[in-house]
Design a protein around this ligand. Structure first.
Ligand code: NIG
Ligand code: FE
Length: 423
């Protein structure tokens, strides 16, 4: 007997396809079933098809939860593969200064920006950090995110970074969302190491990475490779050290200045290269060749006030054959946005992705960007039953109704974990 049946979806977006990140024309294939249905048992999808097919194929019992998705679009739960979830305080004041024209990197250089959040985060207790992140996770869930990556990076000292990773670990037992953890000890140089760069890089390599890995507190290791933060060579050393401890590399590449980050991501076989705003075509081609997922962060580009380039980045990634994913980049400095629906809207409106490409980028490819694409990100038999019911008649409304929370129901591992007020 099945546990859950969703039926009569106006459109069921299955995202059926190969078990690897999607590229080029594959990104436009949503595998849409009209009047679709999906059944789940023990947290897994056991049947997908048209409502009439599925109603005949499965055994419905008194304990089966039935969701009528008439007039709605059903699709895989959103995967947000890049967030800086755990931090204290906010940077509204800095944002206001940026609105007056102060550049992001200049604020950081003057000891503000990330370092402002580091001060607040170091001063906060684990309980305070957890409480705040829990509220943010609830908001993410209400907006349809069912898996989220969470980076450390506002501790920038061994004990503080481990504290953040422990908070991430503890959060897992407080939320139905699935959390993937990343060590970002190399987010920027902390003030006390400003004149001792090498010593800080050594600290990350010799202490943070081994201790985080040993305690099983991180899956990935990330570096903010940028002018004024970490050089290409430092980034390479840190990512290689992470690999030696079983942490797969990710990196913040070419966000504000071009620095060869995309090429480095290809060289170290990173699972993803994120941002890429300033990457050149040669860098993008290398990502495509090696199969590194390119994570677009349209909310950050928008929030930083960066103008849209003549050829939007999303389209360049798709044309270069990069497996493109999208993420929120949720953080207090460059993107306080956490709605993947709005990220999809921005990806379509500002980054040149088609609606279907943006949806593939926020589901299956985002799953691959956190190494879980064989388990999440599409609605296929055997996959985890993570789904969202959106109160819109067609997937084309997802970017069209940008800014609106369209989520009606959220299902994680076959269980309804959120239902919007209107039901
Ligand atoms: O992904 N770029 C580096 N890290 C974040 C910003 C962090 C912050 O400003 O607090 C990002 O945009
Ligand atoms: Fe980031």
């Amino acid at each position: 007997m099945i546990d859950l049946l969703i039926r009569h979806a106006e459109e069921l977006l299955t995202l059926v396809g190969p078990v690897r990140p999607r590229v080029r024309a594959e990104l436009d294939e949503l595998g849409i079933i009209q009047d679709g249905a999906v059944a789940a048992q023990d947290g897994q999808i056991v049947a997908v098809g048209s409502t009439s097919e599925i109603e005949h194929a499965v055994e419905i019992g008194p304990a089966t939860e039935i969701i009528n998705a008439h007039g709605c679009v059903v699709l895989p739960g959103f995967v947000d593969p890049h967030t800086h979830l755990v931090f204290a305080g906010d940077r509204a004041e800095e944002f206001n200064r940026r609105l007056q024209g102060e550049p992001y990197l200049a604020i950081l250089q003057a000891g503000g920006g990330i370092l402002e959040t580091v001060r607040a985060t170091r001063a906060a207790s684990e309980a305070e950090l957890q409480h705040k992140a829990q509220i943010d996770l609830q908001a993410m869930l209400r907006h349809g995110t069912t898996t989220v990556e969470a980076k450390s990076g506002y501790g920038l000292a061994v004990e503080d970074e481990l504290k953040l990773l422990r908070v991430v670990q503890q959060l897992q037992s407080t939320t139905p969302l699935e959390i993937v953890s990343t060590l970002l000890g190399a987010h920027t140089l902390p003030l006390e190491y400003r004149d001792r760069r090498e010593a800080y890089v050594d600290l990350v390599i010799e202490q943070m990475i081994p201790r985080a890995a040993e305690a099983g507190l991180a899956t990935f290791c990330d570096v903010f490779c940028e002018q004024g933060t970490f050089t290409l060579e430092e980034t390479r050393r840190i990512l290689r050290a992470g690999q030696a401890h079983g942490l797969q590399p990710k990196l913040h590449a070419d966000q504000i200045t071009a620095n060869g980050g995309a090429q480095l991501a290809a060289e170290v076989r990173a699972i993803s290269a994120d941002h890429l705003d300033q990457s050149d075509d040669a860098g993008l081609r290398e990502l495509a060749q090696v199969g590194v997922v390119g994570v677009l962060l349209p909310g950050a580009t928008f929030f930083l006030g960066h103008g849209a380039p003549p050829t939007p980045l999303g389209r360049r990634l798709v044309d270069a054959g990069v497996a493109v994913a999208v993420a929120s980049d949720y953080n207090p400095g460059t993107c306080p946005l956490l709605s993947m629906q709005l990220v999809i809207g921005l990806a379509a409106i500002r980054e040149g992705l088609t609606t279907a490409q943006a949806i593939s980028a926020a589901t299956i490819n985002a799953g691959h960007a956190v190494g879980r694409g064989s388990r999440i990100g599409s609605l296929e038999v055997g996959k985890q039953a993570d789904m969202v019911v959106l109160a819109i008649p067609s997937h084309l409304h997802l970017p069209y109704r940008f800014g609106l929370n369209m989520v009606r129901d959220v299902i994680k591992r076959g269980r309804r974990v959120h239902k919007s007020g209107k039901g």
